[in-house]
Design a protein around this ligand. Structure first.
Ligand SMILES: Nc1ncnc2c1ncn2[C@@H]1O[C@H](COP(=O)(O)OP(=O)(O)OP(=O)(O)O)[C@@H](O)[C@H]1O
Ligand SMILES: [Mg+2]
Length: 243
């Protein structure tokens, strides 16, 4: 079953910027899906629309077979989101932050399990503003999964994490997928996308330009890594728009 089905989605911001120009995306239930593309391509706009933060101008979107924006109330109970600019509540403690986000869902949630999962025990009673960037991000991740979502949206989840924390997050993401959770992530780390993703989609200027398994895209460009294939694809696209 498709977890996410977006068809011909358009979004123009009030200042006239056309962020999405007929975006089509299909995400299978239970997969790790990575949305790739250069700065300004429309990734965060896509995540915000799918997590009911922004309304599209046009297009058909279904999340878990429910329509956006009409069924956003129901959808929000089934998804967890970590925004690109997660701030949390700086004057609340780590524990209070996670408790707050968990309280938005009508579920029995084990806060201690989340604290241990992200190795936050040492910081449990520290205020968020006292934490380093990477630890704040861990609080954002713990908060995003606190509602036991069916779909998890992670907008650049590993920015600012040290190499060990990054790898431990990869393991957590894979474990969540193995439990049947659909993971939708954006990243600029192509090694991360290659290692983690079942499917990747590359968007460029508000439209999809590639879709496939990492191996398929690597093979198409006869490269060794997804990063090399991606760079070649970008070179071709920039060439087209120059000409
Ligand atoms: N609130 C806003 N008002 C006006 N324009 C915006 C707004 N948010 C984003 N944009 C514009 O929309 C386009 C898509 O932005 P978006 O944030 O979706 O890109 P992105 O792919 O997430 O980029 P990045 O990799 O830098 O995070 C860009 O041209 C951006 O400048
Ligand atoms: Mg973004």
């Amino acid at each position: 079953m498709l977890a996410i089905d977006m068809y011909d989605v358009w979004k123009t911001y009030r200042n006239g910027t056309q962020a999405l120009k007929g975006l089509n995306l299909q995400v299978e239930g239970g997969e790790i899906f990575s949305l790739l593309g250069p700065n300004g391509a429309g990734k965060t706009t896509t995540v915000k629309i799918m997590s009911c933060i922004l309304k599209p101008d046009k297009g058909k979107i279904k999340i878990l077979d429910k329509e956006i924006p009409r069924n956003c109330g129901e959808i929000l109970r089934e998804v967890g989101t970590m925004p690109q600019e997660f701030q949390g509540f700086s004057d609340l403690t780590v524990r209070e932050n996670i408790e707050y986000f968990a309280s938005l869902y009508d579920k029995d949630i084990n806060i201690d399990e989340l604290i241990d999962m992200f190795e936050l025990r040492k910081y449990e009673y520290k205020k968020l503003r006292e934490l380093s960037g990477g630890f704040k991000r861990r609080v954002g991740l713990a908060s995003a999964i606190s509602g036991q979502p069916k779909i998890l949206f992670l907008d650049e989840p590993t920015v600012g994490l040290d190499p060990k924390a990054r790898r431990s997050l990869w393991e957590i993401i894979k474990k969540l997928r193995d439990k049947g959770i659909t993971i939708f992530l954006t990243t600029h780390y192509l090694d991360e996308a290659e290692k983690l993703s079942d499917t990747v989609v590359v968007i460029y200027d508000g439209k999809v330009v590639r879709r496939g398994k990492p191996g398929e895209i690597i093979d198409e460009f006869k490269k060794e890594t997804l990063e090399e294939a991606y760079l070649e694809l970008m070179k071709n696209l920039e060439g087209e728009s120059d000409g």
